[in-house]
Design a protein. Structure first.
Length: 154
C-alpha cells in the first residue's frame, strides 16, 4: 500500500519554521483528512497544532516529552474534528530516521491513540534540515506503513 501526504504550501512553511526555530527539538501535530484510493492512502493536512516550548514536560536538543494535558488537548481536538493525527518532530542530524527513544515512545503511544481515537490512523514524521521520514499505523495493525511521498500543494 502506498501512502502519500499532501501539505498546503503555507502550512508547510509554518511547520518548517516551527521545527527549526532554535537548537532544540521541536514538535507539532497535523490533523489530516484521509482518502483511500484502491492501493493508495492519501493524507491531506487540514490543520496544524504547533507545540509551544512551555507545553513540553522535557525538551532538549535530542529528546522531547509532551505534557499529559497537551496530549489530552490534541486528542480531543482530533476527535472533535474527526481527523486522523500525525505527530512531527525535528532532529538535528542529517539523516531522517527515528531514534531509539522515538521507537520506544511510539510503542507506548500508538496503542494509547488507538484507545482514545478508535478507528483513526496515527502517523509520525521526523524532519531534518535536508530530509524527512515518516510512517503511519492503520487502526489495530501493528506494523507501520512508510509514507512514500510528501507533496507540497497550492
Amino acid at each position: 500500500m502506498l501512502v502519500m501526504l499532501s501539505i498546503p504550501r503555507q502550512k508547510y512553511r509554518y511547520i518548517r519554521s516551527h521545527l527549526f526555530k532554535n537548537h532544540k527539538e521541536q514538535g507539532c501535530f497535523l490533523f489530516v483528512n484521509t482518502c483511500f484510493d484502491s492501493a493508495v492512502i492519501n493524507l491531506y493536512v487540514k490543520e496544524l497544532y504547533l507545540i509551544k516550548s512551555n507545553k513540553w514536560e522535557y525538551q532538549s536538543d535530542s529528546h522531547l516529552e509532551l505534557k499529559d494535558e497537551e496530549k489530552v488537548k490534541i486528542i480531543l481536538k482530533a476527535r472533535r474534528l474527526n481527523y486522523d493525527l500525525i505527530e512531527c518532530h525535528s532532529h538535528r542530524i542529517s539523516e531522517a530516521r527515528f531514534s531509539l527513544s522515538d521507537i520506544k515512545g511510539m510503542e507506548e503511544f500508538v496503542p494509547y491513540i488507538w484507545w482514545k481515537l478508535p478507528g483513526k490512523i496515527y502517523g509520525a514524521i521526523v524532519w531534518t534540515k535536508d530530509d524527512v521520514y515518516g510512517q503511519i499505523w492503520l487502526p489495530k495493525r501493528p506494523n507501520p506503513i512508510p509514507i512514500r511521498e510528501i507533496k507540497i500543494i497550492a
